[in-house]
Structure formats: C-alpha cells, structure tokens
Design a binder for this molecule. Structure first.
Ligand SMILES: [Zn+2]
Length: 523
C-alpha cells in the first residue's frame, strides 16, 4: 500500500472512531437504572451464594444447582425472559468424566523402522486428548509451547508447527525464580494445559507430547488414570468440556526413556533444553531431524450435565435488537477441600451479584435499550472456562457474530474502595472510551490498566477468541484468593455497587449507540 493511501485510511479509521465516541457521548444513562443498583442488594446476593451451606459451589454439585435456581429466580423476579425460552433460564451443556478406551499406541519411526512404546511405562494419554490417530508426522521441539506477547516471549517464533506434533515442557520458564518475568513464583495462565493446547491448535499442530520434568526423579510419565493404577484416587482425572474433535489434539505425557529416544540424535538432552531456556529466557525451538511419530489415543467419556444461567432483554430498535451485548460472570467456585469450605465470596459471588443487579437495572428502564442484552452466569470457570467456552461456541438466542461486546466481572469486591482494574481494553477503542466516559459521568472510580497479564484468566477470553471485543472488570488479587478465607465479611458492598453502575452505564451507552464497537486482535 502506498504511504498516502495508508495515511488516508488511518485518518478514516480515526474519524470513524472519533465519530462513534462523539455520538455515544450524547447518550444519557437512566437514573432509575443507576439507582436500582445498591450495596444492600449486592451484599445480600454475596451472603447467599458464599454461605457455607453452598459448599464452595463446585462444578458439578447440588449446591451449584441451588445457586443456579437462586439466580434464575432473581431474573424472573425482575420480569426478564430466559434465553432458552421465555421461562427457561438454563443453558445445559455436558462435561465429560473421561476414562481410557483402546487402542492407545505410540510409535517412533526412523529410517524405515518403527519402535513401539508401552502405555503407562513410556507414555500416557492426557485427559483432554482427541480420539484420533496421527501417522508419520514430524516433531518440533517448541519449548514451553507459550506465545506471550505481553512478556515478549514466543516459543513458536521461527518454527513451523503446521501438521506436526509439538514436543513441549509443562509449566513455564523460570518457574522457581522469584524474579521471573512470568510473575515470579506465581504461575500465569500460560502454564495451563488448556492455554498450551489452544496455542498449539492456533499454530496448526496436530498433537502435543509433554516432556517429563527433568528435575523430578520419576522415569515413568505422570499418570492419573484409575485403570492404570493399583490405588486409584477419586476424581484424579480432571473433567473436560465435551467438545468437537476438531477443537482437540492428540495429547500425551511421556517418560524419561522415550524423551531420551526422541532427542537422541540432537545435541540436546531434556535437562539441557530446560536449563538453556531457563538461563537465557529465549526460546530454543527446532525441528527434530529424521524422526516421525505415529500416535493414537482413545478415550471414552461419561457426560455430566451442568448449566449456565441466562436472561434476556430484547432491544427496542427494529434493526439494532438483532445485535447483543453480553454481561457475564462465573458463579462457580472450587468447592471444599479437607473439610474447609472455599466460599469464594470475592471469586466470584461478587461478579455474579453484579450480573443480577445490572439485569435488574436494565429491567427498570423504560423504554428498553435499542440493542438486546444477555445477562449470563457461567458454570465451570474454575475448571477451564467451561461455561463461557460453551456459550461462545453455542450462543443463544443469537449467533456469535451478532454479539457486539462482552463485559465480564470476576472478583469485584475487594482492595482499594475506589479502584477497579480494566483488562482487555486493547480489544476495542470504542469500548475503552465509552467505559471511561461512563466512569467520568456516573461513577468516578480510579481505572487501573496494569493487570493485562490476567487477560487469559477469565470468561471474557472465550468471547475474545471468537472475535468479540471485551472488557474485564476486576479488583485485583487478595491473599484470600482460592483459600477458605475468601469470605463474605471481607467484601466492600459500596464498591461493588459502584462497579455495577460502571458496567451498567457502559453497557447502556453501547446498547444505544448508532455504531457498534470496533474489534482489535491483540494477540
Ligand atoms: Zn474467578
């Protein structure tokens, strides 16, 4: 493109967004909506959801179902329709408790000969592996399998993973280094199997082989399959979201002997690769020469139904009502452990209360907004963003392309009483500007933009993945996060109400703007 053309295009883009913002500035947020969001009601919802008798809202559990019924009843009491049908607020989906099926095989091929390896001793299928066979495919070592522009780190830089199996480490570089760019001793979401799998898929890989941890003494691969163990641990195999095979890869753990055989003709050992990346913090990725693998994995899955809870306000404009804004929060938490209830008051009874209060605020405004609004609380966030991933893949009552923005609240009740972190604002100029405008006119909080490292952490990410601009409201970590001490007594209801009003105002302005928000791909 010529420079002059580029400048003209840039000017046009700037003008459009300036226009959008000017137009949205004239939209007033109804006072009755703002007033209906109260600290008292926020507090009451949190005390209900985070009570000990809810046993930490594990997915799945009867207590989570009780919370779902409570949320649905609130929606109903506001006069809102369900998304599934006017009086059905539940979107059901299945989680899978997987078990090993057959065949599960692993061959390493070199110079026309193939060597077969043994399940349990040399390799073990992962709980999320595909029911698939990959035959004679090349292997690329791809470090930790991490692409993290925010840390200026990309294991896939300079390699081609398309149609190949990636050989990667678990966790993240410098895991035991308090000065690591990956948040010191804390693990970031890049260390999660879900994120590594999505990243491998995005780079066109057909499978993942997880290397053993060189610091651990065990020769065998990690294994949690009851059928391969003498003493099976209950619930040792994590639940998975039942999804189509196209979203899955062949995934296996391998032990030390097999790792050694794969790397035998390279200049590296597992330990050297590990130390090289840790000491330089630069990727060390390369294709394994002269070898291919043939891997087949087979699992069977026992479905467990769970549900998102969602209500709807239909837009008042004949055209714009076909576009939707989603306001969401996860309502699950992590259950009980060793007799301790993990109440999850901040994480995320607080955001769930926010969704209910904002739904109520919309319901008292007449006329309704021009665009339609979906209020949704997700199950299974703590186990892998299950509810939001399912909804983003199977939205009701619209298509993903009709969703113009997603606003997510996860942990909105703690720390500085007047500060809220806004994450994901890079995904849309208009969303960021409207949120700032809403804050300036109606709420006056301090907006922090320093928590972008949590962009992968919560349900908005599932929407971003399908091309929807997002904002994620969060009041930062506390020492009580994922501890039994995340209790209702510690929340600040006034702060929750302020954030509720901020999200409501932002959503109201977006819902009534002539233009829909722009979308920017940020990773
Ligand atoms: Zn959370």
């Amino acid at each position: 493109m010529k420079k002059s053309k580029l400048i003209a295009l840039l000017c046009a883009v700037l003008l459009i967004s300036a226009n959008q913002i000017a137009l949205s500035q004239s939209i007033n947020v109804p006072d009755q909506g703002l007033k209906s969001i109260t600290p008292k009601e926020m507090k009451a919802h949190v005390y209900y959801l985070a009570d000990d008798r809810m046993k930490g809202r594990d997915t799945p559990s009867p207590e989570l179902d009780s919370c779902a019924a409570y949320i649905a009843n609130q929606f109903k009491s506001y006069g809102l329709e369900g998304v599934a049908s006017p009086d059905n607020y539940f979107q059901y989906f299945n989680l899978g408790r997987t078990s090993l099926s057959s065949p599960n095989t692993f061959f390493l091929n070199q110079a026309g000969t193939e060597k077969e390896y043994r399940i349990k001793y040399d390799f073990v299928p992962m709980h999320n592996t595909a029911n698939k066979k990959v035959a004679n495919v090349k292997i690329v070592f791809a470090g930790y399998g991490i692409t993290a522009p925010e840390y200026n780190y990309d294991d896939y830089n300079g390699i081609d993973a398309k149609g190949k199996v990636v050989l990667i480490f678990k966790n993240e570089p410098q895991i035991n280094d308090s000065t690591s760019i990956f948040e010191g001793l804390k693990s970031t979401d890049h260390s999660k199997i879900r994120v590594k799998t999505e990243n491998a898929l995005e780079h066109g890989a057909v499978g993942i082989i997880f290397l053993p941890d060189p610091k651990k003494p065990f020769k065998r691969p990690p294994n949690s399959w009851p059928s391969l163990m003498r003493h099976a641990i209950k619930d040792a195999v994590p639940l998975t979201l039942e999804e189509t095979e196209t979203n899955k890869l062949v995934c296996v753990n391998i032990g030390k002997n097999l790792a050694k055989d794969i790397l035998s003709e390279t200049e590296y050992t597992c330990k050297r690769l590990f130390m090289e990346i840790d000491s330089t913090l630069s990727p060390c990725s390369f294709e394994i020469p002269d070898k291919t693998v043939t891997i087949q994995t087979s699992l069977s899955s026992h479905p467990i139904p769970v549900k998102n809870v969602a209500a709807l306000i239909k837009g008042s404009d004949p055209v714009l009502k076909n576009q939707y804004i989603v306001i969401g929060a996860h309502y699950d938490h992590i259950g009980t452990q060793n007799g301790n209830v993990y109440n999850g008051a901040d994480d995320n009874a607080s955001g769930t209360s926010g969704v209910m209060e904002i739904a109520q605020a919309f319901s008292v405004c007449n006329p309704p907004p021009k665009r339609s609004v979906i209020f949704i609380t997700f199950a299974g966030e703590e186990k892998g963003l299950f509810g939001s991933r399912y909804f983003a893949g199977h939205p009701v009552p619209c298509k993903a392309k009709d969703i113009v923005a997603m606003l997510n609240m996860d942990m909105i009740s703690r720390n500085d009483s007047n500060e809220v972190a806004i994450i994901g604002s890079g995904t849309s100029n208009m969303l960021k500007k409207v949120n700032e405008q809403a804050n300036k006119n109606y709420v006056h909080m301090k907006l922090a933009y320093d928590q972008e490292r949590y962009f992968l952490n919560s349900d908005h990410y599932s929407f971003y993945k399908v091309g929807i601009p997002v904002l994620f409201y969060n009041t930062k970590d506390t020492p009580d996060l994922h501890r039994p001490t995340d209790d209702p007594e510690k929340i600040i209801p006034e702060k929750m109400a302020k954030i509720g009003r901020l999200v409501f105002s932002t959503a109201w302005i977006i819902a009534n703007s002539p233009e829909k928000p722009d979308f920017i791909k940020i990773r």
